[in-house]
Write a protein that binds this ligand. Structure first.
Ligand SMILES: C[S@@+](CC[C@H](N)C(=O)[O-])C[C@H]1O[C@@H](n2cnc3c(N)ncnc32)[C@H](O)[C@@H]1O
Length: 288
């Protein structure tokens, strides 16, 4: 039984890091004229109203995107990310922040005529809302985007390799089911067998459990090269052991531009999103 709803967390520090990297990868792929597919195994909702009861419950965006909203000087990648989020808020009075996009809507802004999106979402009402959103788009978008209410790990097996042999795959589970840490490993192994040249972006939470660390250690062994691992810690782990104190991303086949972008961006993210003296970042990679 799935209970996770991303609206409770929309625009938090983890979304900022994930969506800033997602945008960089999309920019990289769209530099070439050749078509690509954007595949999202755990797509979530298309957008989130930050004034809704769910988003307001813990107002996680206050310690995420809100902290960047009024910054005048940001490194290019963050400036581009904030500018993009502003486009979703163009109709909000006084330049306020109200709408935060889901990952698929961020990708949609970069989709060209020949590109395609394949979205998987298992939660019945979340997938219904997602389907409804894309059914309301132009004919052209409806032809480009397919939303399936099914398990995203199974979905990856069905969809890889994509026809144009170019793709960005976002794997962004909620880890509500602790098996997800293991399923991610086998999904990536299987995906790389089917489609070794894809760009894969995996998100995971920094929490007081051993599973995330074991998963990353295993992935680094599993894939000898062409990976990048980044973490952003925003605070000391809570004494009661609950909640996220940061998040991490593991990227397979990262573009050569990604480490440079992150080295400029992470110190600024740490300064803006850090909540105590334990805030910090890490970056390691093996790129040929
Ligand atoms: C972290 S949220 C996704 C957020 C989204 N990618 C974004 O960045 O806006 C994870 C989503 O995965 C969905 N989910 C959980 N288990 C799933 C599974 N096995 N297959 C597909 N979706 C799943 C949840 O319902 C939730 O909407």
């Amino acid at each position: 039984m799935l209970s996770y709803r991303h609206t409770f967390h929309a625009g938090n520090h983890a979304d900022v890091l994930k969506h800033c990297v997602l945008l960089h990868l999309l920019d990289y792929l769209t530099q070439k004229d050749k078509a690509f597919w954007y595949i999202d195994s755990h797509a979530g909702a298309a957008s989130h109203d930050l004034r809704s009861d769910w988003a307001q419950k813990n107002a996680e965006f206050d310690s995420g995107i809100s902290r960047l909203w009024k910054e005048k000087t940001l490194p290019p990648a963050l400036a581009e990310y904030v500018a993009l989020i502003r486009t979703f808020n163009a109709d909000v009075a006084d330049g306020a922040l109200r709408h935060y996009p889901g990952s698929s809507r961020i990708a949609l802004t970069k989709l060209r005529a020949g590109d395609r999106m394949r979205l998987f979402e298992l939660h019945p009402s979340e997938s219904q809302t997602l389907q409804h959103f894309y059914a309301g788009q132009s004919r052209q978008i409806q032809q480009q985007v397919q939303v399936q209410a099914m398990d995203g790990f199974d979905g990856l097996r069905a969809v890889l390799p994509p026809a144009p042999r170019r793709a960005l795959v976002l794997i962004d589970p909620s880890y509500e089911d602790k098996n997800d840490y293991l399923r991610v490993r086998s999904a990536l192994a299987d995906a790389m067998q089917r489609f070794a040249t894809g760009v894969y972006l995996l998100w995971y939470p920094l929490v007081q459990r051993r599973e995330p660390r074991l998963m990353i250690d295993a992935l680094k062994k599993q894939f000898a090269q062409n990976w990048l691992h980044v973490t952003l810690t925003v605070k000391a782990p809570a004494e009661d052991g609950f909640g996220l104190h940061g998040s991490g991303l593991f990227v397979l086949n990262p573009p050569w531009t990604l480490p440079g972008m992150l080295k400029t961006t992470l110190p600024v993210l740490t300064r803006l999103l850090g909540q105590d003296a334990q805030a910090g970042w890490s970056l390691d990679s093996k790129i040929q």
